[in-house]
Write a protein that binds this ligand. Structure first.
Ligand SMILES: [Zn+2]
Length: 187
């Protein structure tokens, strides 16, 4: 299954599969954390307020856009875990369930940054709200545990504990950081 890019601005991947980053020793996706497995998550460096579209069709499972803040300070391993949990709850997101049962999480959206139409439809049809590939889902932001404006996109299989690799139709470069930045993945 191929995905289309969820935005139309030029692509800058700031963190590919397995968590390598250009700017730091290693990224936040390297290991699964207590919330979900991010090993196959991708971070796109998008300015806040970039319109996002569904990379693949699916039904809305859940969404939130009441979070206002950014909590980069709680990203450290030694951060207070209760505060970290609270901070993570400020993360705005949309989750779509695909026809094969995998689901995509679009995370760190703007405050009140879930698409208005999607929310209006959700009021009437809840989890039967269908979003087609390319339909607007909201605007990117920097909420929750985030070190800067970006879209975090991850596709999981069955449970948030298992992320799966994704391929974009209109972006043929590898997303595998072990290939992009091998120096960051030496043991
Ligand atoms: Zn991320």
């Amino acid at each position: 299954m191929t995905y289309t890019l969820p935005f139309s601005t030029p692509v800058q991947i700031t963190q590919g599969f397995f968590g390598g980053q250009r700017t730091q020793d290693y990224g936040t996706h390297r290991k699964p954390n207590r919330y979900h497995d991010s090993r196959y998550a991708v971070d796109f460096g998008l300015a806040e307020g970039t319109q996002l579209r569904a990379a693949r069709a699916g039904f809305v499972v859940q969404w939130q856009d009441s979070g206002r803040f950014n909590y980069a300070d709680f990203l450290q391993d030694d951060a207070d875990s209760e505060l970290k949990k609270r901070a993570a709850k400020e993360m705005n997101f949309v989750t779509l369930c695909h026809d094969d049962g995998t689901f995509a999480v679009y995370a760190h959206l703007y405050y009140q940054g879930v698409d208005y139409e999607l929310k209006e439809r959700w009021k009437k049809t809840g989890r039967n709200t269908r979003i087609e590939q390319g339909q607007p889902i909201g605007w990117s932001g920097n909420t929750g545990l985030s070190t800067g404006p970006h879209l975090h996109l991850v596709v999981c299989k069955g449970s948030p504990k298992e992320s799966v690799p994704i391929v974009f139709k209109d972006y043929q470069r590898t997303l595998d950081d072990r290939v992009l930045f091998p120096q960051l993945h030496k043991k």
